[in-house]
Design a binder for this molecule. Structure first.
Ligand code: GLN
Ligand code: ZN
Length: 581
């Protein structure tokens, strides 16, 4: 019906997005494609452009070619080699659209290279049926680089946002039609060459250090059982230890103070004193409530990636580089343009200050290398795995410094691990290997006594559970409460070896859960996990909640943990301290 209406309204072409064609398709889906497109093709006289992106079609190239559509769009940025497959299967007399300008990143296209690909296309298909395009929708790219007046001019010269990308597309189209804008191509060639050799990007010290990384560096000194015994001797935690994920409510008051500090209205010293006061209040409150492993509250952080990016070398920030995250949410990802360094400690002062206020363990709070990578615009001149390992080394230094400052529990958040999974199953393993390796590289520089935590949210663990275990974090906290602990199904078949905190409180909802509700969830968890493994914590950070919800919820959470401890007290053997809780 829509096609008919579009035709009536005078449309000639319609693009139908089918990125599913770059996935592993079951047979029923392949059949559904054939049936659906037979109907769509017959519905009108419109020309249909089938748009694919974010990967290559592989075996689905044949399927695409069998559909009654007039054109096919390929993402030749993510998968440049697939034009060879297209040559085999996509008929010479049909339209083909070459996505040669990266729609998902902020870098200038290498126009000569893209032109080379286009020349292959016009040599094979009918030139009048070859189209040039961005690799995917430009909704993944910020709008206009011209507005960025604060960027370093050298770095800015390597970038292109949506508006600039469209110019690149048009330059390529003209060039392939025989009207090459030599001046524009020369300028582009210069920018590409300058970026390749810029001292801003390439730091020999970082490259040398990366080259010297050994397998041992990604391994803790001892296996988990000996580590946890030592940690336990030092920390003396009860059964079902309670903790939170890191952030505490970022109230209006805190955000206003940050804004005022940024605009210069609130001097640094006053802002600092204000944050210290908030941190001290939070520490005192957690002690009163009876939480076992405390957090400082992350009041000083704007965003869990930006906060670190702002302090690391190799990162820059845009003024208006907003892109859609999901739904109506926007994000302004940092830009990783060069080799990563950590000029100075990033979190030590806050963690040490918070620890100085209490005898209870204060958890150091870091964002992990995979998440920092995943939530940034990443340089495209080296493999992502390499950039990730550079970030891992910077975080490793921070972890060691926290340990030296007397922090005995350190959490390295990795909520984005699963987001990076390649679309095809065949490619999962390679990614998971380097992602796990990067996390371990960041976490393994410490003594056995130092307890490493990690946290993951919105994550379906079932198909990556062995990689999660391979992270070898002493404790992992995960989101489970919304699914009523269903996620723990994964642990029925797979005996997760280390400690784990299945979230018992859904922080996405303002509702305050009752003690019994949380105790029930814990009991459920104890059916698939050993009680001695189980930690008690919310699903995720509490920064989006208000204190009026967080206060009662955490009081209930601590009560739920106590309830479980009492229940288990009779059954516990040996360690009297733990049983008494
Ligand atoms: N430590 C972070 C926080 O508590 C973790 C947030 C996240 O997992 N997305 O806010
Ligand atoms: Zn989370």
């Amino acid at each position: 019906e829509v096609l008919k209406q579009l035709e009536k309204a005078g449309a000639e072409w319609v693009q139908i997005d089918e990125p599913c064609l770059v996935l592993d398709l079951p047979e029923c889906a392949q059949k559904a494609y054939a049936l659906a497109y037979e109907r769509l093709g017959a519905a009108s006289n419109l020309k249909i452009l089938l748009a694919t992106y974010f990967g290559d079609l592989r075996e689905n190239m044949k399927l695409a070619a069998s559909l009654p559509v007039d054109g096919l769009h390929l993402d030749l940025v993510r998968a440049p080699q697939q034009w060879e497959d297209a040559k085999k299967y996509w008929p010479k007399d049909r339209y083909i659209s070459f996505g040669v300008v990266d729609g998902r990143n902020i870098w200038k296209a290498d126009l000569e290279k893209a032109l080379g690909l286009m020349q292959h296309a016009v040599a094979w298909w009918q030139p009048e049926k070859v189209m040039v395009a961005p690799s995917c929708s430009l909704l993944h790219s910020p709008v206009d680089l011209d507005d960025e007046d604060k960027l370093d001019t050298e770095i800015k010269n390597w970038m292109a946002f949506a508006k600039q990308k469209l110019r690149e597309v048009s330059l390529l189209a003209s060039a392939i039609a025989g009207q090459k804008d030599e001046a524009a191509f020369t300028e582009n060639r210069k920018a590409i060459a300058a970026r390749k050799t810029s001292a801003k990007i390439h730091n020999p010290w970082v490259k040398e250090r990366l080259g010297a990384v050994t397998k041992e560096m990604a391994k803790r000194a001892s296996p988990f059982e000996s580590r946890i015994a030592r940690q336990q001797a030092l920390l003396g935690l009860p059964l079902f230890p309670t903790t939170t994920i890191g952030s505490l409510p970022q109230t209006q008051e805190i955000r206003q103070a940050r804004a005022k500090n940024k605009s210069g209205e609130l001097p640094d010293a006053d802002y600092d004193a204000f944050l210290k006061q908030k941190t001290a209040e939070a520490v005192r409150w957690q002690e009163e409530v009876g939480i076992d492993v405390l957090v400082h509250g992350e009041f000083e952080r704007n965003d869990m990636v930006e906060y670190f990016g702002e302090q690391l070398g190799g990162f820059t920030f845009t003024k208006n580089g907003w892109v859609q995250s999901y739904g109506s949410r926007g994000v302004k990802p940092p830009v990783i343009f060069g080799d990563i360094t950590r000029p100075e400690p990033m979190t030590i002062a806050w963690s040490a200050y918070a620890q100085s206020l209490t005898d209870k363990p204060m958890k150091g709070m870091l964002t992990g290398p995979v998440t920092i990578l995943q939530w940034s615009f990443v340089r495209d001149d080296q493999p992502r795995s390499e950039t990730c390992r550079q970030i891992a080394l910077a975080i490793r230094d921070e972890v060691k410094d926290l340990e030296s400052a007397g922090i005995r529990v350190i959490q390295i958040d990795e909520p984005a691990v699963r987001e990076g999974l390649p679309l095809r199953k065949a490619d999962h393993k390679a990614y998971l290997n380097w992602a796990v390796e990067s996390f371990r590289l960041s976490a393994s520089g410490v003594a056995d006594e130092t307890q490493i935590h990690t946290h993951m949210c919105y994550c379906d663990f079932n198909n990556i559970i062995d990689s999660i275990a391979a992270l070898d974090a002493d404790v992992i906290s995960i989101e489970t409460s919304r699914s009523d602990m269903e996620l723990l199904d994964a642990f029925k078949a797979f005996k997760y070896p280390n400690h784990i905190g299945p979230g018992v409180y859904d922080i996405h909802s303002p509702r305050v859960p009752t003690v019994d509700e949380m105790a029930d969830l814990l009991e459920k968890a104890c059916k698939v996990l050993k009680p001695a493994q189980v930690w008690v914590n919310p699903d995720c950070g509490l920064k989006t909640r208000g204190w009026e919800e967080v206060r009662p919820a955490l009081i209930h959470m601590v009560a739920a943990a106590r309830k479980l401890r009492e229940k288990c007290a009779g059954e516990a053997t040996g360690n009297g301290k733990r049983a008494a809780g």
